[in-house]
Design a binder for this molecule. Sequence first.
Ligand code: HMG
Ligand code: MG
Length: 298
Amino acid sequence: VLPTRVTLVDVGPRDGLQNEKQPVEAEHKIELVHRLQAAGLREIEVTSFVSPKWVPQMADNAEVMAGLARRQGVRYSVLVPNMKGLEAALPTRPDEVVVFGAASEAFSQRNINCSIEESIERFRPVVAQAHAHGLKVRGAISCALGCPYQGEVPLDEVERVVRLMKDIGVDHVGVADTIGVGTPHKVQAAMERALKHYPLHEVSGHFHDTYGQALANIYACLEMGIHTFDASVAGLGGCPYAKGATGNVATEDVVFMLHGLGIETGIDLDALVDAARFISDVLGRKPVSRVANALLAK
Ligand code: HMG
Ligand code: MG
């Protein structure tokens, strides 16, 4: 039996907009978050506190956080790669921080400039401090289904990072298909490794849709009882350090599938499509989402 309710985390403001070549005004990012929460999203990944030399698009992190009209019951999360990031993030009052590691050494080096072991040592005090401030900590595991630099990533490597994250106290792990090469049974195998160390409600999937597999992969996770997924409004996204990776699965497409399955999300699809249209207009293009385009063409 499939879950009756699914939680979607919209990562569009962060994963989506970190990857845009054109600058996006902070006020537009803030408006996007407002529209997402109006559409019923209860978890929103707002920004990242990373080096502005590495990802200039997120340099306005504090401004965006300060501009939010917060809604009760919504969890606002931010990425932090190290203590410097956490120290910058704390005064902006996130509800959750996300440390991000990788199951591939090559990707770890390119994305955060250190080895997997070193990244865990950087995350250790971040987790402790975040917990001391009452924040939840999510751990993203990039390249769990494949790496743009090293290709195949063995399941043992995925599980090793899951275990390392568990050891340092990370509360929740997100298994990420950074380049969208995963297919349903491979995704289930990776999820099984995560579920050896974390309960169902603390494991989520983060699927880039580069090869069009994301909805099938989400369905495969639902069959296992996994009920938390990242998705990105309008299908925004990518990673500046994973060339050719396209956006995350579009939140609209996931919502359409889930509602069709009779699974509750708490999200109003029309309002979500409106948010997709808003950010797509800002960016001067059409949403990547099939569902948004179908509904907008009506
Ligand atoms: P580094 O150069 O090794 O860091 O970068 P460092 O500690 O040697 O410091 C170098 C400079 O950066 C110093 O400044 C630091 O102050 C500064 P300088 O003295 O040269 O003026 N610095 C910072 N500034 C602001 N905020 C910070 C920070 N830390 C150091 N937190 C670092 C290491 C991790 C900082 C760098 O590699 C970085 O910022 N990487 C970010 C990569 C990134 O954001 N990638 C995209 C997000 S991950 C993703 O999209 C994947 C995900 O969606 C899942 C999936 O799909 O796979 C989550
Ligand atoms: Mg991503």
